[in-house]
Ligand binder design. Sequence first.
Ligand SMILES: Nc1ncnc2c1ncn2[C@@H]1O[C@H](COP(=O)(O)OP(=O)(O)OP(=O)(O)O)[C@@H](O)[C@H]1O
Ligand SMILES: [Mg+2]
Length: 281
Amino acid sequence: METQALNLQTSAVAARSAATVLAVTSGKGGVGKTNIAANLAICLAAAHRRVLLMDADLSLGNLDLVLDVRSRYNLSHVVSGRKRMEDVIQAGPQGVQIICGASGLDRLADLTDGEQHRLIENLCRLQHEADTILIDTPAGISKSVMGFCLAADRVLVVTTPEATAMADAYGMVKVLVRKQYPGTISLVVNMARSETEGRQTYQRIAGVAHRFLQANLYYAGTLLKDERLCAAVRSRTPVVLAYPRSQISTALAALAARLGSPRHWSDEDGSFFRRVVRWLN
Ligand SMILES: Nc1ncnc2c1ncn2[C@@H]1O[C@H](COP(=O)(O)OP(=O)(O)OP(=O)(O)O)[C@@H](O)[C@H]1O
Ligand SMILES: [Mg+2]
């Protein structure tokens, strides 16, 4: 397994001159990964990035619902070898290229090492077709989730201020550090009641990670709890398209700007942010 993870890391590093791969993940489920990944993808595409968005969930993928795309073929067909990754790509909003996950009926088991290797190799082949590849992973620290995270250049861990979500976010960071993940780990706090609550949540997790794991955890930002996001999910339209001028859409654009900046995780790179905000308005 260690060799496998190392090989996956090596293939990602070899192709690093192409797309940056960002895995959006979490310890606890239902914290907002899919919505964050989908909206980030749209913001990045609106700022002229070529974006590939992949739902890496092989049992309960629901990116297709959030983006309202219908897919005949999905990741399960790539895993089984019936289709190539290129053949299951769908066109989404703002030109985002989408690879849908599998639904419950298609597959329930975790990936074997060989299957995961094939998937990641397929993804690496697409690295020259995109500037950014976003992977929306399932929750938890299963072998396949860790495989996707270890193969990514950057990992964005999503948490909420809830104690259980925070503990599980820390658990995810701990496993990444133990597996000697060489990339950058960043934290976004979703469904916070205020910026202050979000920042304090980050500080608590980052403090513990620093003290016990000697790990640096970057602050990607805070997204407030917002009923408009739920309304957007109900209407199957990503919130940045349904409510482009809302506070949450502006915060998602800022997050995209930060994550998309070459001076990564620095919020001083205003030009990209201005482009996204101009597009939202
Ligand atoms: N900022 C927010 N404000 C209000 N509600 C939110 C926010 N973010 C997410 N939600 C709610 O949480 C639900 C779950 O979000 P989402 O599907 O993106 O989570 P997830 O982490 O991908 O879940 P899973 O672990 O099952 O893949 C959304 O349908 C929405 O109702
Ligand atoms: Mg999800």
